[in-house]
Design a binder for this molecule. Structure first.
Ligand SMILES: Nc1ncnc2c1ncn2[C@@H]1O[C@H](COP(=O)(O)OP(=O)(O)O)[C@@H](O)[C@H]1O
Ligand SMILES: [Mg+2]
Length: 334
């Protein structure tokens, strides 16, 4: 590329980054050395910056923007303990993205099927769904009839929100069928901006399935002993999955859910423990305890849709803003 083209290309990348300041911080994140924002401006204008330096800026910005585009398409939640708020967090994050105009697919792979019962009770009650023959039942993605991947037909909750449900039938899938699930999902995932996977509270095949097809993971924990232990166990699994099975998997962060206002002493101890152990991997914003959560889940609504007061008590907007910025930043290796 000649000098002028290089600078034009840099300008485009800086525009996409949003500002010369943002571009400077992206370059610093890659090289450890960050130009000032005016140095980037000068580089675009062509004064006193070598083509080599401009190319380095370009490399850093391209890498980040490519990662960002690739990033966060398939988001999963996890904790090996049940009842900590995985489904709650997933529903609120997903429906928030839908409210911003994004097209969302929820994929429920927890045989307890809380997600489908909450968001699509009509589907859960259909007799062909109960038998597993409905095209929006995920058992067919795990177990194809022939050698060709099964193409699921998601159930439309609304124009922007579709779901593939599950039931106890998926409880016995084998490790091999994880790849079937991935191939089947590949056939439809380009139709969506995001796929949100609800995963079961156990360290078995289904959790492996979720981790092996996700790009981004949110760990949900309550500030109490068993839930924190679940996080420790899971982090080890995530590291192994990143190394051996799915190098694209990134951890968005650990959300602490159901914090009381004010927190009890034990809650404070466990929040501090999580922060000491995992630092900036822990979301700055907590989610708080409120009875409205159970009510909103029963209605299949996010807390924001349910009521402004409930959303405020829950800490919805702090969480959802941080969720989006973590998604945009691209997540972490652990
Ligand atoms: N922040 C919260 N405040 C009050 N209740 C909550 C909160 N988060 C979750 N719950 C309730 O706790 C129960 C378990 O939550 P759920 O999201 O189903 O957990 P998991 O998916 O981890 O099993 C549900 O009844 C849910 O409504
Ligand atoms: Mg759940």
């Amino acid at each position: 590329m000649d000098s002028e083209k290089l600078r034009e290309h840099l300008k485009k990348l800086v525009d996409t980054a949003g500002s010369t300041r943002k571009a400077a911080s992206i370059i610093k994140a890659k090289f450890g050395y960050g130009p000032t924002h005016s140095a980037i401006y000068k580089a675009i204008k062509g004064s006193n910056t070598s083509d080599f330096v401009v190319s380095c800026y370009i490399t850093a910005l391209e890498e980040q923007q490519l990662g960002r585009r690739k990033m966060g398409k398939v988001v999963s939640v996890a904790n090996q303990k049940g009842g900590v708020g995985k489904t709650t967090v997933l529903v609120n994050a997903g429906l928030h993205m839908a409210s911003l105009g994004k097209k969302i697919l929820f994929l429920d792979i927890d045989p307890q099927n809380n997600l489908v019962i909450s968001l699509a009770p009509d589907l859960a009650e259909m007799s062909d769904f109960k038998k597993g023959s409905h095209p929006a039942h995920n058992i067919n993605m795990f177990e194809w009839e022939g050698n060709e991947p099964f193409t699921p037909i998601p159930y439309e909750i609304s124009e922007n929100v579709h779901i593939i449900g599950t039931s106890k039938l998926s409880g016995n899938v084998t490790q091999n069928s994880i790849y079937n699930l991935a191939d089947s999902l590949d056939l439809i995932k380009e139709r969506y901006d995001y796929v949100f996977i609800d995963s079961p509270p156990s360290a078995g095949t289904l959790q492996h399935a979720a981790l092996s097809i996700a790009d981004a993971l949110i760990i949900v924990s309550q500030p109490q002993k068993l839930s924190v232990k679940g996080v420790d166990d899971l982090m080890m699994t995530v590291r192994q999955v990143q190394r051996r099975m799915n190098p694209d998997l990134k951890l968005l962060g650990i959300v602490i859910n159901q914090v009381k206002r004010p927190p009890s002493k034990t809650q404070t101890v466990h929040v501090d423990l999580l922060r000491a152990q995992y630092g900036s991997l822990v979301f700055n914003e907590h989610l708080y305890d409120t009875v409205r959560v159970t009510e909103s889940m029963a209605e299949g609504m996010s807390m924001q849709e349910f009521s402004a007061k409930a959303a405020h008590d829950f800490g919805f907007s702090g969480f959802s803003d941080e969720f989006i910025s973590r998604l945009e930043e691209g997540g972490n290796n652990v």
